[in-house]
Write a protein that binds this ligand. Structure first.
Ligand code: AGP
Length: 367
């Protein structure tokens, strides 16, 4: 067993450490730097067919759903096609309209999640075109879909998904660029994003190598019984995934909100006992995010801030962690990785069974 964990104490740590390498493996061969696009032939879609979709709907469960939200934002922003994500578990029960000009994308590590498989069934019954972003080759969902992109993350054992999520997010970046290049994305922006994707593995390595910088932040959070995670637009799915990871393995209650929603309710609970993990990336919303963090400070809420170099947080009384910058559209991919490490560190501090959290299964094959 120790051999299988490559000497690490937990599979989760081993799998987080593998991220630069599996990301590299995924990206290799899929990028066309000269034409500023990607190559995803297994989607089974010609450029003309790819161009014909007017909307994108992404479906997945749990963390795969949150990565789907990141993907929807990337597709909307990069390809300028309306896109959204939805929990696959709800989909078939709300009498969804299946439209011929919508590209349906299901996301699943295991390829065996029953709720996601049922969503595929519902889409196909009503004549929709559905592709999969999947890890397990030859799995139920991989066989059911019309086209697929394998994420090549290798076997994932820990219940808390890490490397698979990162590679799913990278696949969404590639789908966004590919769809963008048959729509309105310029050659120059295509090249900028392709170069940004190619640079991700090196930046992931940096985060992993500097993981001990998260120790004091983990210590703060390990003492809480409830944590807010807040972000906006690109940062919001990162907050949701961060809160999910924390809940899954540390058993600390964690809840995500759009930073913009704070004043509409959640601020009521901010106190010295209730820390907030705040995403303050270097983007067009930096000032708004700092203003919200000040509101939390004014109520003595402990702040743990994730930001980029160059963002001036000196006015905030916050424990700060600086995440390597990529292209703004791709930033969520890198922001998510310290969330995994943070949850892991808190769970270890609290002495929990990191790889097999209570009440959860690696793959949920019943409804
Ligand atoms: C991830 O940490 C979770 N254990 C869980 O939310 C998972 O992502 C979800 O059940 C979907 O699984 P899948 O990707 O295998 O379909």
């Amino acid at each position: 067993d120790d051999f299988a964990r490559s000497g690490y104490e937990h599979y989760m740590m081993k799998e987080m450490m593998e991220q630069p390498q599996v990301a590299e493996q995924l990206i290799g061969g899929h990028l066309d730097e000269r034409h500023g696009t990607t190559r995803l032939p297994d989607l089974n879609l010609s450029p003309r067919e790819l161009r014909s979709f007017r909307r994108v709907k992404i479906l997945g469960c749990g963390s795969a759903y949150y990565v789907g939200q990141m993907g929807a934002q990337m597709i909307a922003e990069i390809a300028r096609i309306p896109a959204d994500a939805e929990a696959a578990s709800e989909f078939r029960y709300r009498a969804p309209l299946i439209e011929a000009d919508t590209l349906y994308i299901v996301v699943s590590q295991s390829g065996e999640t029953a709720d996601t498989a049922f969503a595929v069934e519902e889409i196909k019954r009503k004549g929709g075109y559905v592709v999969g972003v999947i890890n397990a080759v030859g799995s139920t969902i991989a066989r059911a879909v019309d086209g697929r992109v394998y994420i090549h993350a290798g076997a994932e054992v820990a219940v808390a998904s890490t490397k698979a999520l990162t590679n799913m997010a990278i696949v969404f970046a590639m789908i966004a660029v590919e769809m963008g290049r048959v729509h309105d994305l310029s050659l120059i922006d295509g090249r900028r994003l392709v170069a940004g994707i190619a640079a991700l593995p090196g930046k992931i390595t940096q985060i992993i190598e500097n993981r001990d910088l998260l120790d004091p932040l983990a210590l703060t959070l390990s003492q809480a019984s409830s944590i807010y995670y807040i972000g906006r637009v690109r940062g919001y799915p990162v907050a949701s995934e961060g809160a999910q990871k924390m809940k899954e393995i540390s058993y600390i209650h964690a809840e995500s909100y759009q930073t913009s929603e704070l004043k509409h309710g959640p601020l009521a609970l901010v106190s010295p006992e209730m820390p907030t993990v705040a995403f303050i990336p270097d983007d067009e919303l930096t000032d708004r995010n700092i203003a919200a963090a000040e509101q939390i400070m004014a109520r003595q809420g402990p702040l743990v801030a994730f930001t980029h170099a160059g963002v001036d947080l000196s006015g905030l009384d916050a424990q700060t962690y600086v995440v390597p910058k990529s292209e703004p559209e791709l930033d969520p991919i890198l922001l998510t990785i310290p969330m995994q490490l943070l949850a892991y560190k808190v769970a270890v501090l609290l002495g929990h069974d990191v790889d097999k959290p209570r009440n959860l299964a690696k793959s949920v094959t019943v409804e």
